[in-house]
Ligand binder design. Structure first.
Ligand code: TRP
Length: 334
């Protein structure tokens, strides 16, 4: 028992390389990742196959985004000595596990995952491929090949994890002979609420409302100046409602120490949105400055990024091979 409690928890997380990372990525899951602590064993995946589920028509875009994303991770403070960074498509065990598990997953389980229908509604019927239907299963395979136990995710991903847990239970029931061959992963919900974009909707590059980590300071300032705030606060002197203001929501992440005074000034009307935005832009640029500086360094040495990914991928394959051996043995495929 004692030995068990001392064992490190294995944390696994993936991100699709779909273009420029924005501050929503940095302030949300990435910040949580970086602070997740030394007590964990961490695997961080470039989910390039998942990027193909919606971006299959533009493979070069996925190729270009992949190391750029890792450069941002490193610049944001991900330590490659603590986190194993790996490339999904270079771990063929994931694809193999996906094919094997597909035999036992009812289509109805995949169809009832809410993102399946909502993403087709949002992006159009042409993304409704076989692979897209299997997206949550592929995600489970990412986690399962490294025996991931904890997965830090946003709210929209909880249903994926739940489906994955059902698949694991079914696999262990059918082939486990009373043993736990595959591990049931737990979703660790991020404490951070959704980061809102300049128009007040969820921050997303595809909505055109994102402040990018790679933006320069002048662009950042311009975007902040254009942000929507409380629509009832028209001018300085009008009392505002911080709780409905997307700009105020961002203050929480960037400088929690100033939250109370900004909220008080906004409510009384003493603080106008123009001043608030000017302060915030300065604060945000200050917050991002060291990240942007490190990003420039990594970008000028992409060979180093490549090496980090290659080493992490090799380590991941060592683990994944062992898992696939167990799976094949359980399925009498040896
Ligand atoms: N589906 C995740 C997202 O869109 C990305 C992802 C792929 C992932 N594989 C994963 C997340 C494994 C956690 C674990 O955000």
């Amino acid at each position: 028992m004692k030995e068990h409690t001392l064992k490190k928890t294995r944390v696994m997380f993936g991100m699709r390389p779909t273009g420029d990372l924005h501050i929503g990525h940095l302030l949300g899951v990435l910040a949580q990742w970086i602070t997740s602590g030394d007590q964990d064993e961490a695997y961080l995946e470039i989910a390039d196959l998942h990027a193909f589920t919606t971006g299959f028509a533009d493979p070069q875009a996925i190729r270009d985004a992949r190391n750029e994303m890792v450069a941002v991770w490193l610049a944001a403070g991900v330590d490659p000595a603590k986190s194993t960074i790996f490339l999904q498509s270079a771990v063929p065990e994931i694809a193999e596990l996906h094919a094997l598990l597909s035999m036992i997953v009812p289509v109805s389980w995949l169809e009832r995952v809410p993102t399946y229908k909502s993403q087709i509604d949002a992006l159009g019927p042409e993304i409704a491929t076989y692979g897209f239907l299997g997206y949550p299963l592929l995600q489970l395979c990412d986690i399962a090949v490294v025996r991931g136990q904890r997965v830090p995710v946003g709210r929209d991903q909880v249903a994926h994890l739940e489906m994955g847990r059902e698949v694991v239970r079914r696999f262990n029931y059918l082939y486990g002979d009373g043993k736990e061959i595959l591990v049931e992963p737990q979703a660790a919900l991020s404490d951070f609420p959704e980061v809102l974009g300049t128009d007040g909707r969820k921050m997303s590059k595809s909505y055109g409302n994102a402040i990018l980590i790679s933006d320069d300071e002048a662009t950042t300032e311009k975007k902040v100046r254009g942000m929507v705030t409380d629509p009832l606060k028209q001018r300085r002197g009008d009392p505002g409602r911080p709780e409905v203001c997307p700009l105020f929501a961002l203050w929480k992440f960037v400088d929690p120490a100033r939250l109370d005074s900004v909220a008080a000034g906004c409510r009384t009307g003493e603080l106008g949105c123009v001043q608030d935005k000017a302060w915030f832009a300065e604060e945000l640029n200050g917050y991002l400055r060291p990240v942007r500086e490190r990003l420039a360094l990594y970008r000028s040495d992409m060979g180093q990024v490549e090496r980090i990914v290659a080493e992490g991928t090799a380590r991941t394959r060592d683990v994944a091979r062992g898992v696939l051996e167990d799976v094949r043995r359980a399925m009498r495929l040896t």
